[in-house]
Write a protein that binds this ligand. Structure first.
Ligand code: HEM
Length: 395
């Protein structure tokens, strides 16, 4: 049965309950431990790893766009809000542009930028690390990769704030504010793409490649291009900043773990995966079954229900993970859902992992004894978990 009111996870009771908590993991853990599924604010919430995995794999489940555009944009964002064979077609086009080999080319450039940003912080004896490092590092890198001007970073940041963290207390207010932010981006791209088309042959970036690409023997239509870029500009700009801020804050709060990484750099990749699991920057995502689905042991999801799949709860689900509230860099099986799972699995995971690795390698090498002012940390867990105020001191 289709419920009529559109559910927005950003204003749900659960999001508001954990809004500013430093450790929402405890709330998510209790949910996954005690409750398999519950209706809250008009959406069925799923908390357990196995249920969400089965849902994401099911051919009769639509992704986030099952109920139409949700980020202040009339078109369907590609590939997030597309399902079925069309989704496959778009992923085939986009996957190679964010594949490991492709993003690997950025390694030296990211390392240089990280070193420069850290040098500024070190010279000052410390700084606000979200604005001084976690934001500029992935955002400048991403704009370079897609071929959008880094000089316009502030404009793009304002856009992504406007669609991911819109102001407003009701769905209507939120949608109106997102539409304003989205409208500005459309206006920007209108002029930008006209110019870009004139110098296509010279440029080696994602937008140039998209403009040169053909799908089913035809060049991309302008609206398809916009539906791709609109999504990329917020998916690529918010999430790595968020993950980086959470990881750096966590390592600042847990100096013995940080020291273990300084002493044993081979632990860094497992540590990144473990922190991605524990911190889960994107807490949840929406799914829409088009038929009744039997998840076993009496749990039947009904056609038309709005499902809020809680990746962050699945990541601390004690029915799947052993002792999930403990951060353990030696955990034998991390198996997290931080990048979701199934066909809508994150397109940018290779880029995100590489940026996290280089950023943390540089931080641990250059300022291994950094400290964070724990009482001053400000967490925001709505839509994307981020440490929005991250004061770092270099002793
Ligand atoms: C640590 C950083 C990141 C995290 C935690 C993350 C998380 C996620 C999650 C949970 C989804 C599934 C959304 C859903 O179905 O509801 C997703 C999808 C997506 N992500 Fe990421 N993401 C990250 C970085 C990036 C980056 C850097 C890009 C830039 C290319 C990106 C692009 C996308 C796109 C385009 C999708 C839609 C995929 C599809 O629907 O087929 N993400 N991401």
């Amino acid at each position: 049965m289709q419920s009529t009111t559109r559910f927005d996870p950003r204003i749900s009771g659960l999001s508001q309950q954990v809004k500013t908590l430093a450790s929402p993991q405890e709330v998510y853990f209790e949910k996954a431990r005690d409750i398999r599924a519950e209706h809250l604010d008009g959406a069925l919430h799923l908390y357990r790893h196995d249920d969400i995995l089965a849902l994401n794999k099911h051919p009769d489940v639509l992704g986030n766009g099952g109920r139409g555009g949700s980020f202040g944009h009339d078109g369907r964002l590609i590939p997030l809000e597309i399902d079925g064979p069309d989704h496959k077609k778009w992923r085939r086009l986009l996957d190679p542009m964010f594949a490991p080999k492709r993003v690997q080319r950025l390694e030296n450039q990211i390392r240089r930028l990280a070193a420069d940003l850290i040098e500024n912080v070190r010279a000052a004896g410390g700084a606000e690390f979200n604005s001084g490092f976690c934001t500029p590092l992935p955002c400048q890198t991403f704009l370079g990769l897609v071929g959008a001007p880094t000089a316009d970073l502030d404009f793009f940041l304002e856009f992504k704030e406007g669609v991911i963290h819109p102001k407003g207390d009701t769905t209507e207010e939120i949608e109106a504010n997102m539409a304003v932010a989205g409208g500005k981006l459309l206006e920007y791209f209108d002029g930008f793409l006209k110019d870009k088309r004139k110098r296509l042959d010279e440029d080696d970036d994602v937008i140039a490649e998209l403009l040169r690409s053909e799908v089913a023997g035809e060049p991309l239509a302008e609206f398809d291009l916009i539906n791709i870029l609109f999504l990329l500009m917020f998916a690529g700009l918010d999430t790595v900043t968020a993950s980086l801020s959470c990881s750096i804050a966590w390592l600042g709060r847990n100096p013995e773990h940080r020291r273990s990484l300084v002493d044993s750099p081979e632990l860094l990749m497992p540590a990144i995966e473990e922190l991605l699991r524990y911190e889960s920057p994107v807490p949840s995502g929406m799914r829409y079954p088009v038929r009744d689905i039997d998840l076993g042991d009496g749990l039947i999801i009904q056609e038309g229900e709005q499902i809020n799949a809680f990746w962050a709860a699945a990541n601390v689900d004690p029915t799947y993970h052993e002792d999930p509230l403990r951060v353990d860099f030696g955990r034998p099986r991390v198996g997290h859902m931080t990048f979701a799972s199934g066909v809508h699995r994150c397109l940018g995971s290779h880029l995100a992992r590489m940026e996290l690795r280089i950023a943390l390698e540089q931080v641990l090498a250059e300022i291994p004894r950094y400290e964070v002012d724990i009482d001053a940390l400000v967490y925001d867990n709505v839509a994307v978990r981020t440490v929005t105020h991250l004061p770092v001191v270099i002793p």
